[in-house]
Design a binder for this molecule. Sequence first.
Ligand SMILES: C[S@@+](CC[C@H](N)C(=O)[O-])C[C@H]1O[C@@H](n2cnc3c(N)ncnc32)[C@H](O)[C@@H]1O
Length: 297
Amino acid sequence: MVEPVVRFLLTDPEGIYVDATLGLGGHAMSLLETSPALRLVGIDRDRAALDEARRRLSKFGGRVSFIHGNFSDIASHLGGRPCSGVLADLGLSSFQISDRSRGFSYMEDGPLDMSMGSGARPVAKLLAEAPASEIAGILRDYGEEKKSGAIAALIVKARENGALTTTSELRSIVGRTVPARFLIGSLSRVFQALRIWANDELENLRAFLPQAAALLTPGGRLAVLSYHSLEDRMVKNYFRQEEKGCICPPDFPECGCGRVSTLKVLTRRPVLAGPEEVDNNPRARSARLRVAERLQR
Ligand SMILES: C[S@@+](CC[C@H](N)C(=O)[O-])C[C@H]1O[C@@H](n2cnc3c(N)ncnc32)[C@H](O)[C@@H]1O
């Protein structure tokens, strides 16, 4: 999804852009190469990813600056500096998934960690101590997992014989609740749910959206790439609400809330990856790109 992101985001060839999820700097690299006068601020909560991005983007020298932090604090990271575009490419990078020591992948054995960076909550502690109802709620709310109750009950039973500490232990518990042909689907929902909980991903996104929109200069754009329906719905609803402005009930004779529209939605439907990109990168199958433009302040 690099081409549509660059096409939508770049409105001012000399502007300041923020990549709020720098990762390994793939999108940042394309933005910097496409427009040689543009400057970019890259944020990531994962120090290892940020260090790797710094190495990969070193050829751009002072055009790029790096911030280790959470995008939920984007306004203070930017010190209120206005910018021409903000990108968030949510979730995990392949760099994080492929490092088995971080415990994000159900394909590899690793510790039940799943931390993207500072401030994360420990998954192993949740599974060792939380009541079944709390674990089931997390699997249901963040993973939309139908077997959440059965999986949580098995986790609580299994820990009577010692705490769960590895991804393969969790995988074998999930495997006891579904036939083999449904296992991968179940595992991806369960691991997604725990990761979202551990890193407080939805609350971070909720905090990020209004701050990012407020940083934009008129005509500047906010682009968000999401990978599951919970995130995509939040972005869609936020964009719609800001486009509509007034939140008074429809039967009010006149507006009492005083809110005006601040964004124009540029993607009525989310932009999806093409078949070729999905073939090359299966993760692109679930990518949804939504873009909105800042109106006059
Ligand atoms: C999908 S990757 C981004 C890949 C990047 N666009 C690229 O082209 O290489 C998502 C990145 O966002 C980071 N991230 C996720 N949530 C974050 C948050 N709340 N604040 C800052 N960084 C975050 C992750 O650590 C990860 O490195």
